[in-house]
Design a binder for this molecule. Structure first.
Ligand SMILES: *Cc1c(COP(=O)(O)O)cnc(C)c1O
Length: 397
């Protein structure tokens, strides 16, 4: 690596320290600002959200709340509605009875709830994965990993998973579709067949299907997405669909998510708490789902973002020296080739170009040097491509 000067070394060290405190996650921008880490992040290609959706939310927020402080006051001064009221509000948008909807303070809270209250003995998790799925398990639960093979582009083979589940007889299976961190996608039909086969396995009580990135996927030219929620009734005894609103709606700070599950499971959770578990601002956000105008505008920013994202991945795929894995999420997993280290790539992208990427060296189940790059606005994606090309060219010469 080009030798780092003292200032650069100190910066990387402070980022490294913050990263260690954040566990398996990247430090948030708040921490970087709070700790006065003086790096100039021009493009945050680490955080996985649709920036156009954030713009849309902000325009509603400004119109509805900032220019009407008495209304804002109502959300901040009062208790928000209880879980059941918010579920009723989402029922129309989700075309799902309210008694199958459970809202969470971010979907992380729902992952935690499912793992703590429903998961027993043994669980199968696909690797690589979103780390909470093995970090939040309770002591005594054995976690079995199905490692995706990079030689097969990290594609999940439903038959392998079914065989593993038959052999291991887990209580819970976790699927993420599209998967984080690689973006691999199972079609609606594949998911249906998997759910069908898994449902026949004795003792398997929970199939957790995390669809937090499903809005970035599509199967046909209309770019509409296919959520397994339309199959919920067929698998209701076991299926738990988990959905974060952080990424597709670009509002991670609001902490909003929901799960679709059997009413008996919801009743059990409600008995343990979760009364006012979402904030007033999350309530405001969920209220937007009853507004046709908002949903229509969201549809537009969703489609625009997908088109730009896929165009971005296509160009990344043509760059020599890196391998971009197929993704139907809003991020791409990139393998660095020819001896290039993830540490070096991360550092130079940040220090020389202000591009903040996700160094995946802490992700278990990734064998090699990997970086994850999120899609942002088009001009930012263009800048990321220029930065990668310039960096690789300078390195060769
Ligand atoms: C980010 C993420 C979550 C958590 O999102 P919240 O902000 O807690 O709603 C859940 N699942 C996956 C796969 C994620 O990537």
């Amino acid at each position: 690596m080009n030798r780092l000067n003292r200032h650069e070394t100190a910066l990387l060290q402070s980022i490294h320290k913050l990263k260690e405190k954040s566990g398996a996650h990247s430090p948030s921008v708040h921490e970087l600002i709070h700790k006065k880490v003086s790096i100039d992040i021009q493009i945050d290609a680490c955080f996985l959200s649709n920036p156009y959706a954030t713009d849309l939310f902000l325009s509603y927020f400004q119109h509805d709340l900032l220019s009407d402080l008495s209304r804002l006051r109502r959300y901040l001064e009062n208790y928000p509605s209880q879980n059941r009221f918010i579920a009723e509000m989402l029922s129309g948008y989700l075309q799902m009875p309210a008694n199958n909807i459970f809202v969470g303070n971010g979907s992380s809270e729902l992952i935690q709830a499912a793992l703590h209250y429903f998961t027993r003995d043994k669980m199968i998790v696909i690797l690589p994965t979103f780390s909470s799925y093995y970090e939040f398990v309770q002591d005594g639960v054995e976690v079995i990993f199905y490692r995706l093979d990079k030689q097969k582009d990290f594609e999940l083979d439903p038959e392998v998973l079914i065989d593993l589940a038959k052999r291991e007889k887990p209580n819970t299976v976790v699927l993420i579709n599209p998967n984080n961190p690689n973006g691999g996608y199972l079609t609606y039909e594949q998911v249906g067949r998997l759910l069908h086969a898994l449902s026949r396995i004795q003792g398997l009580e929970n199939i957790i299907l995390d669809e937090s990135f499903i809005h970035f996927s599509y199967e046909d030219p209309s770019l509409s997405f296919q959520s397994a929620s339309s199959m919920f009734n067929d698998f209701r005894a076991r299926l738990i669909i988990i959905k974060s609103m952080s990424k597709d709606f670009g509002v991670a700070g609001i902490r909003a998510g929901y799960a679709i599950m059997d009413q008996r499971k919801i009743d059990l959770l409600l008995k343990t708490g979760y009364l006012w578990n979402i904030s007033g601002l999350a309530q405001y956000f969920f209220e937007l789902f009853t507004e046709d105008a908002f949903l229509k505008a969201y549809k537009q920013v969703r489609v625009r973002y997908i088109q730009e994202t896929q165009a971005f991945f296509k160009i990344l795929g043509t760059i020599d020296g890196i391998k971009t894995y197929p993704s139907l999420a809003n991020f791409a997993l990139i393998e660095l080739l020819g001896g290039l280290k993830a540490d070096e790539f991360f550092a130079r992208m940040l220090l020389d170009f202000g591009v903040y990427t996700r160094n995946c060296d802490d992700k278990i189940g990734l064998d090699g040097e990997f970086i994850r790059v999120a899609s942002r606005k088009k001009h930012e994606n263009d800048a990321v491509i220029r930065a990668i090309q310039t960096f690789l060219r300078n390195r060769q010469s």
